[in-house]
Design a protein around this ligand. Structure first.
Ligand SMILES: CC(C)(COP(=O)(O)OP(=O)(O)OC[C@H]1O[C@@H](n2cnc3c(N)ncnc32)[C@H](O)[C@@H]1OP(=O)(O)O)[C@@H](O)C(=O)NCCC(=O)NCCS
Length: 138
């Protein structure tokens, strides 16, 4: 049920992100990511229908998890848990010792989910800056 993303999945994955209230990553942002560690972008496709997705990245020191989303019609069936467990296995195969992720402060359900899987809040505050030499993000 869990497998690596393929480009023909893009529209269905974008629909899951949109239905889950997550920002839809444009193809142009995914392309450079998929030249690095394509095996860390996963979809859940029970019965061939894409119901969930998660995007992992590996920077050589830490794993990061982004854009976990499950279609509202398929929630509380363990799909997100299966996606994260498969991603963790793939991180471990790369030698990754720790995985980080960010949760928006208002996303109490998301935080409950992550805590259920053993991810504990850390006191760090995200700081971010766009670089002017690059085109603006959409
Ligand atoms: C969070 C999300 C990915 C969970 O997907 P899911 O497939 O329903 O999760 P699972 O079925 O694997 O849930 C595993 C456990 O997490 C906890 N959990 C999941 N959703 C929860 C919710 N809405 N409220 C409280 N706990 C929740 C429960 O303990 C659950 O086990 P249970 O169903 O036996 O009680 C999904 O609700 C979603 O897409 N939300 C919107 C996007 C989002 O918040 N993503 C995370 C961004 S950081």
């Amino acid at each position: 049920m869990i497998r690596t993303f393929r480009w023909e999945d893009y529209d269905a994955v974008a629909a899951v992100w949109a239905a889950a209230g997550a920002d839809v990553l444009p193809r142009a942002e995914l392309e450079p990511k998929l030249t690095r560690d394509p095996e860390l972008f996963l979809v859940a496709a029970p019965e061939g229908i894409i119901a969930g997705t998660v995007l992992g990245t590996w920077d050589g020191r830490r794993g990061w998890i982004f854009r976990l989303a499950v279609d509202p019609a398929h929630r509380r069936k363990g799909i997100a848990t299966s996606l994260v467990h498969e991603l963790e296995s793939r991180f471990e195969a790369l030698g990754c010792p720790r995985v980080n992720l960010l949760v928006l402060p208002h996303n109490k359900a998301g935080l409950r989910f992550w805590q259920e899987l053993g991810y504990l809040p850390a006191p760090d505050v995200l700081c971010t800056k766009p670089l002017r030499s690059q085109p603006p993000e959409k």
